[in-house]
Structure formats: C-alpha cells, structure tokens
Design a protein around this ligand. Structure first.
Ligand SMILES: [Zn+2]
Length: 390
C-alpha cells in the first residue's frame, strides 16, 4: 500500500499530507463517508507514514514501504497501530484451560485472525463479527491503558476506531474522557459511515474529513488492472457500477466472479426484475407474495437482501438513463438492455426517481434491523403506486 493505492479522494489525501508535512495534525480525526470509499485504508496509510523509519518520511509525507516499520504495517503487527472494532464479547473474557468455553473462545479467535488476514490483504475490507454487540467498554479501557505508555520508537501511536457509531453508551463516554485529555503522542482516527449516531461531544473533539463515494470509472480502472486477465471487461464494468461507489464491494464482486453462487450480482438482478414484474402486473398477488417471502426468508443473509434491493436500484437508474438519453444511454445492465427499454416504454408516467429513493430507504431499514418481510411488502406496494399511477 501507498498513497497511490488509495483510489480517488485527492483533496482528502492532499489535506492529510499537508498536515503531516507541517506537523499540524490534530489529536483526533473523524473520517466519514459511505462504506468502501477508503476511510480505513487512508487511516492506516497516515499511521504508516508517521511511523516510517526513512529520514524524509515526514518531510515528504510518504512512507518508504521497505523499512522494518513499513513491513510491520503490511501485516498490521506494528505496536503503534491499534484497530478497535466491534468484536465478540467472548474474546475479552478469560476462558478456562479446557472445556466448552475454551473451544468457543478459540473459535472466535480464529475468526478474528482471519479478519485481520483479510484486512492486511485488502485495507478496504471492513472487519465485522456477526455476534458482536458493538464496541465494548472493556475495549476502550484497554485502549486507555495503552495510551499511558509512550509509543515505540518515539513516533506516534494511532488508534483507529472502525465503525465508531457502534460505540456503546458507556464505551463512548470513556472514549470521550480520553479525547478530552489526549496524550500528545496519540492520534485518534474515528471512522464512521453513520456519524449522525455518534455523541455530539465526541464529534466536536474531532477534525472531520469527509470521503466521497467513488465514481464507477475510477473503480473500473483499478479493477481492470487487477482482474483484466481473468474477468471479462463487461463483467468488470457491471461490477464497478453495481458497487455504487464502494470499492470494497466492487472488489468482492470481482473476486467471486460470475460463478454459480446464489447471490452473484446478475442472479440478484434477475431476481429483482422478476419481483418488479410481479409487483407491477395485475392479478399476480399470489406470485408476488411468494417472491417476497423468498426475498425476506429468515435464513437469508441480510447482505443478500440488500444486494437484491441494490440490484433493483440499479435497474431503476438504468430506466431513468434510458428515459433521459434513449438508445445512447450508458447503462449498467447492458446485457438486459431490451428489458430495461421495455420498462421505460411501458411505464412512461412512472416516477422512477422516487422509486429509487424508496428502494434506497428500504436498504437502509433492512440494514438497521427492520423486519425484512414488512419492508419488502411496503416497498412492493409503494412501487406499484409510484410506477403505475392511475
Ligand atoms: Zn518505511
């Protein structure tokens, strides 16, 4: 990794590098912006520069990439970087030597290790544990403990707090105390795609840096470099658009390929089209309900449910493009051009813009624990009303 591997975000990178060169870093940053736009990758790069052994690292605000410190950053094993994210509670407990708890603890530890391995490989990856309850008080307490000691090598210690919106009340208050009297040798970087959920008192202690959603073209360039030999160009172009500004999503789609898995983007898209057809046709209530039940199934991962909705959103965006630009329109679902054009033609009075917004809202609701079944039913009714005005 180096600055070059962080896609786009030129203004943000410039600003951070200037602050490093001038030695005017704040005590705490808050990186906000959509998921997968490089917030954490950038935070790690900042930490790497601040700890690089090269004589001109701070003057040029660039890490050499080859010194011992940089090597340790490549494996995220440097003592001056600490990543806090919501982990499973069992990891913070002292298990016995043997027994069931010990096994569970070891399994969780394995999961943690594989998350770190993935993070080293791909700094755009967000580390998540399904069974976590948020960032816990004891995690912040451990951070407090660490903040008492000067960093190794006389450099700067960086505390990266991923998914900061998941700080629990008590944990947030403890962190606030730390931010109120921050040791000069610690740089806090809080990262959040939902900063509105943070305590205002925490936000006010941090200098904000807002990351922008990435343009499909920017992502496509990097995807082509990485996968150009193995994945065909039209698939990469689809992935770049389907990812909707998130490079981590675009990477994931390109790595899994078109394959036979049930939740590939094209399969989700086909499912979205079917759902849409049934929602808009007359006398198809039974079939529609069956499809909604399928979409909202209890054992279906939420990620796949939002994927289905994201696919629907991309269909709407394509219809909007076709309605605006006709045959010249550049669309994501190029392989379904006829279907998209038919939608545009059959629903000339449809409010596809609002339909897209409603779909986006539904993605948000499902991600925030709304009942998927109710959310899908409400969306289907709304779509019918918006796209088939009487
Ligand atoms: Zn270095």
């Amino acid at each position: 990794m180096s600055w070059d591997h962080i896609i786009g975000q030129l203004r943000q990178k410039d600003m951070l590098r200037r602050a490093i060169r001038q030695g005017r870093l704040p005590n705490a940053y808050l990186f906000t912006g959509p998921e997968g736009t490089g917030k954490e990758a950038t935070a790690i790069e900042v930490a790497k520069v601040l700890n690089c052994d090269a004589a001109d690292a701070l003057i040029s605000a660039a890490a050499c990439g080859v010194c011992t410190s940089c090597e340790k950053f490549a494996t995220l094993s440097h003592p001056n970087i600490e990543i806090l994210f919501p982990v499973e509670k069992i990891l913070l407990e002292q298990p016995g030597e043997t027994g069931k708890d010990r096994d569970k603890h070891d399994e969780a530890l394995e999961r943690l290790k594989s998350l770190y391995a993935e993070k080293c490989r791909n700094p755009y990856f967000t580390m998540r544990m399904d069974k976590s309850m948020g960032i816990l008080t004891s995690q912040v307490e451990a951070l407090l403990e660490k903040s008492l000691y000067k960093p190794a090598g006389g450099k700067r210690r960086v505390f990266l707090i991923s998914q900061a919106e998941r700080l629990g009340g008590d944990a947030a208050n403890k962190l606030l105390k730390l931010l109120e009297e921050p040791p000069s040798y610690v740089l806090f970087i809080l990262v959040s795609s939902q900063p509105e959920k943070l305590l205002p008192t925490i936000v006010s202690r941090c200098q904000p840096v807002r990351f922008a959603a990435l343009a499909a073209e920017q992502m496509l360039e990097v995807l082509t470099e990485k996968f150009g030999d193995t994945v065909d160009a039209s698939q990469l172009s689809f992935n770049a658009r389907f990812a909707r500004g998130s490079f981590s999503q675009a990477l994931k789609l390109s790595e899994t390929g078109a394959g036979d898995e049930p939740h590939t983007p094209q399969k989700l898209r086909d499912e979205a089209l079917e759902l849409l057809r049934n929602a808009l046709a007359s006398g198809r209530a039974f079939e529609l309900m069956r499809r909604i039940e399928d979409a909202a199934k209890r054992d279906r991962p939420r990620e796949s449910q939002s994927g289905l909705l994201a696919a629907m959103l991309v269909v709407f965006e394509d219809v909007i493009s076709v309605q605006a630009a006709g045959v010249a329109a550049r669309i994501t679902n190029a392989d379904q051009r006829e279907v998209i054009e038919r939608f545009a033609k059959n629903f000339p009075d449809g409010d596809f813009e609002t339909a897209a917004r409603e779909t986006e809202q539904t993605i948000y609701r499902i991600a925030h624990n709304a009942s998927p079944l109710l959310a899908f039913i409400a969306l289907a009714l709304n779509l019918r009303r918006l796209l088939r005005p009487q």
